[in-house]
Design a protein around this ligand. Structure first.
Ligand code: SF4
Ligand code: SF4
Length: 277
């Protein structure tokens, strides 16, 4: 069943006519990375300390949606690596994201949403119960928490639990296909073997966090939201959700622009940087 789940996600993304940048410049996303975390993985309880007590466990989300506790289950997670055309165009940007990057943020993310819904339907047809936390009644965005803007479910933290990458100085998730991606997840009572997680540390793929070098993302941020002390989430969000859309959303004809300057023209853009390792 594990292989069938992987094949379903892969074929939905790679064979989807919606996975095309306008203008024939290639796909939004390359082949996905896929991982599984157990529904009762202790990391999800730990997130209540690490992120905040508002962050829900997959068991809480599932039980609220279906009115019953699952006997067991899985969080199915994926990474959709942003294809080279959008990454390349964003490398030359210094203030605002490129058109291709913003199209990926709007239309590529719509495809990511289609994948969440498709996988729920597919699992249901297979006899399992499933839901996408992002679309559950329990999902909420919290604009102000002690850790800045947050929500009741973090796709990146789920992907970390599923062994798909580690965190970074700029608060991204560096995966085997790099930091430039969109990610998603579905919670199900289908039991699948959990994917292995690196035991090297929660930010081991980031050169600065691992060996104190790099810091390239710091110089890429036009508003100084990254420093060796970390990522200023509030400053970043103000720029990404207010300043950039006001400047380019109408010109690009998109509803969300993203930014991603700190995810392109950096050593972790499309893979795990080797450093001194
Ligand atoms: S650019 Fe360097 S310091 Fe910044 S997240 Fe990537 S590896 Fe880490
Ligand atoms: S996403 Fe943009 S604003 Fe936010 S830290 Fe990265 S470069 Fe700075």
């Amino acid at each position: 069943m594990e292989e069938r789940v992987r094949a379903e996600i892969n074929s939905f993304v790679t064979g989807n006519p919606a996975n095309r940048l306008a203008g024939g410049e290639g796909p939004y996303f390359d082949q996905p990375l896929i991982g599984f975390a157990g529904i009762d993985d202790p990391l999800f309880s730990a997130y209540k300390e690490i992120i905040g007590d508002f962050h829900l466990t997959p068991r809480e989300i599932f039980s609220a949606a279906f009115g019953a506790e699952p006997a067991g289950g899985t969080v199915i997670c994926w990474i959709l690596p942003i294809a080279v055309a959008a990454r390349k165009s964003n490398r030359d940007q210094a203030e605002y994201p490129s058109r291709q990057w913003s199209l990926t943020r709007t239309h590529g993310e719509a495809l990511n949403g289609m994948l969440r819904r498709h996988l729920v339907d597919w699992l249901t047809a297979e006899g399992a119960r499933a839901l996408a936390p992002q679309y559950a009644d329990t999902w909420r965005e919290l604009p102000e928490t002690p850790k800045g803007r947050a929500s009741t479910w973090s796709e990146r933290h789920a992907a970390y639990a599923a062994g798909l990458g580690t965190f970074s100085l700029n608060d991204g998730l560096i995966t085997a296909k790099g930091i430039a991606h969109r990610c998603g997840s579905v919670v199900t009572d289908l039991v699948l073997p959990p994917s292995p997680r690196s035991d090297r540390g929660y930010a081991d793929n980031c050169l600065y966090c691992r060996e104190g070098s790099c810091g390239a993302c710091i110089g890429r941020c036009p508003v100084g939201a990254i420093s060796f002390a970390g990522h200023d989430k509030n400053r970043c969000c103000e720029y990404v959700y207010t300043t950039i859309p006001a400047a380019v959303a109408a010109e690009y004809a998109v509803t969300a622009t993203g930014c991603g300057l700190c995810q392109t023209r950096v050593p972790c853009e499309s893979g795990i940087p080797r450093g001194r390792r």
